[in-house]
Design a protein around this ligand. Structure first.
Ligand code: NDP
Length: 335
């Protein structure tokens, strides 16, 4: 066991997150919803979206930017459009509140969308897509943030790191879920590298003067590059349009303009889509057909399906706990 970490069970992590959030103004429902997402991230080895985020959540409660007692409301805008208004609360309770209605609408109409407005989003998207895929639906989600990524050819951060997440249900197996930032590297990973004193690979970002840099602190003051050049840049733009323009929420640059920079997530939106594969014309075949593709992928040495690492780590965490950085625990205790 590394002396810089403390071994914690998932229940201890959940309790620490819940208690900390309740001590700083969350009611139990909001605290438990956020704590569940933090615990899932730690349990699946996605530490950049685990306890490390708790000080940011607390900062937003302390500054009054987020309402820790918000009660999200659901409005059916059309038969297949389930709008959730987070009323300025954290995203997890809003997602939880709308999920059953999204699943019901998708199973009735074949396809349904859930625009989320008035939320503060800070988390890994797979935590929200996986439950929808576990309900037997093909799912997609994306969200914007604050400017951190340069549009291809430009010099100023304009897009958020704008993750996209896609989930595919499987019979008798966990769904296939991939979840990736549209920047070369998620900002959380850059923050983690800065905290741990690691250099970044070449091509991740630029410093405040626009010069390429491998220093995570310099890149945090500068900007990130989109993955795949102009192709990733267009995906980041698509996320701005889906999670902002389409649903009446802000673009990343607008979210930043009204943000108080307390270290926590700005207020913004999220877009989620769910499709019932039983209603797209291949009711009896779609599941096996997809398995044939997955088999072909895995037949090649060196491949794996996205999400398989997380599920392996999840099993280990449930059995043996998670090694949590003492630096993070000290920060949380200091709150
Ligand atoms: P990664 O680059 O670590 O991983 C991206 C995806 O690729 C994962 O699904 C991963 O699966 C999969 N993958 C990785 N290696 C392989 C491989 N060799 N073969 C097949 N699949 C592979 O993620 P990012 O750093 O881009 O993003 C990290 C997180 O940050 C995401 O969860 C994202 O939602 C979150 N984020 C949140 C933001 C917000 O504002 N809320 C903003 C930006 C990012 P596996 O997990 O199994 O390794």
């Amino acid at each position: 066991m590394d002396k810089n970490t403390t071994l914690m069970s998932l229940d201890t992590i959940r309790a620490l997150a819940t208690d900390t959030l309740m001590a700083h103004g969350c009611d139990r429902e909001n605290a438990e919803a956020v704590a569940e997402i933090i615990t899932k991230a730690e349990g699946d080895g996605c530490h950049s979206h685990g306890l490390m985020r708790l000080p940011g959540y607390v900062a937003t409660l302390k500054s009054g930017k987020v309402n820790g007692k918000a009660r999200p409301t659901v409005k059916q805008l059309a038969p297949a459009i389930v709008q959730v208004n987070g009323h300025n609360g954290f995203a997890p309770l809003a997602l939880q509140t709308g999920r059953a209605e999204l699943i019901k609408s998708a199973k009735t109409c074949g396809i349904a969308a859930m625009p989320l407005i008035g939320i503060h989003h800070f988390a890994a998207l797979w935590t929200e897509v996986e439950p929808v895929a576990e309900a037997g639906l093909v799912a997609f989600a994306c969200t914007s943030y604050k400017p951190a990524v340069i549009p291809a050819g430009g010099s100023q951060a304009l897009y958020g790191t704008n993750p996209i997440c896609f989930g595919w249900p499987r019979m008798g197996k966990p769904p296939m879920v991939f979840d990736q930032a549209s920047s070369v590297m998620a900002r959380g990973e850059v923050m983690l590298a800065a905290r741990e004193g690691h250099k970044l690979p070449e091509g991740v970002g630029v410093d405040a003067d626009g010069n390429p840099s491998t220093d995570p602190d310099a890149v945090l003051k500068g900007a990130l590059l989109a993955f795949g050049g102009y192709k990733g840049s267009s995906i980041a733009m698509m996320v701005e349009l889906l999670a902002g323009g389409l649903i009446g929420e802000s673009f990343s640059f607008e979210a930043a303009a009204r943000d108080n920079n307390d270290g926590g997530p700005p207020q913004g939106g999220e877009f989620m889509l769910a499709m019932d594969p039983n209603l797209f014309g291949d009711q009896s075949g779609w599941a096996d057909h997809a398995e044939a593709l997955f088999d072909q992928i895995k037949a090649q040495d060196g491949t794996r399906l996205p999400g398989e690492r997380r599920h392996r780590v999840r099993g280990e965490s449930e059995a043996s706990g998670v090694a949590v950085s003492n630096i993070i625990l000290d920060k949380i205790r200091a709150l």
